[in-house]
Design a protein around this ligand. Structure first.
Ligand code: ZN
Length: 65
């Protein structure tokens, strides 16, 4: 399944994955009910979790917001 990431460092990236959350580099994205249309494909939108960086100490080194 292909996914579109929204927000955070991975904004606009299309990745393969599934489930409740996906990890892009050091960032955590969670599933939404939105579907985006890109190049004839329907992509499930995953959004950047606001709490993804701080609890894991991922801030500065991975350029996370
Ligand atoms: Zn993040």
């Amino acid at each position: 399944m292909r996914l579109l990431l929204r927000g955070g460092p991975g904004d606009g990236q299309v990745v393969t994955g599934g489930g409740e959350t996906v990890i892009w580099r050091a960032c955590l994205y969670e599933v939404t009910t939105e579907i985006a249309h890109r190049q004839g494909h329907d992509l499930r939108v995953y959004r950047h979790r606001p709490d993804c960086c701080e609890p894991h100490g991922r801030g500065a080194e991975d350029r996370c917001e």
